[in-house]
Design a protein. Structure first.
Length: 159
């Protein structure tokens, strides 16, 4: 069995999380929602330091959701589920038949990494198709917030 691909948390945050996320934890309540996260000074500093020099333009909402989901993932103990090809195909078959009947078993933030290059998506019309690496799942009031990560590659500056 091959080792799992690096997940976006490790690629983007690496040692930064252990260095900077404790200050966010000290500044905000547990189970922090997105709005409270945006008001926390240490969280704003991390986002400012991570954003590209040219800015984010229309991608700011996705960037904020990604950093918040990564923080919640770290706060929950970096729970990573790596799906095999068979598990990924089973998940896709279930999703295409009746997603509403699928059980929701996550009660804490996690990252679900699917088998590589099995699921592809186009984020906007005219964009190239990118492989789905996986998604962060974050429990929120009334459900889950999902932050999908496409185009994850160690040699790529971003995703």
């Amino acid at each position: 069995m091959t080792a799992p691909a690096p997940d976006p948390f490790k690629l983007v945050f690496g040692g930064l999380a252990e260095e900077r996320f404790p200050a966010i934890r000290a500044a905000v309540p547990a189970e922090i929602d997105l709005d409270s996260f945006l008001l926390a000074g240490p969280a704003v500093e991390v986002m400012r330091d991570l954003r590209p020099d040219e800015g984010l333009g229309d991608g700011i909402d996705e960037f904020v959701a990604f950093v918040h989901a990564a923080y919640r993932f770290w706060e929950a103990g970096c729970k990573l589920a790596v799906l095999t090809e068979a598990e990924t195909r089973t998940l896709c078959a279930a999703a295409s038949s009746d997603l509403d009947s699928a059980p929701v078993i996550l009660t804490t933030a996690a990252y679900i990494q699917v088998a590589p290059r099995l699921i592809w998506g186009q984020l906007d019309d005219g964009d190239v198709f990118e492989p789905l690496d996986g998604w962060f799942v974050v429990p929120v009031e009334g459900g889950l917030r999902i932050v999908a990560c496409f185009g994850v590659h160690p040699g790529r500056p971003g995703l």
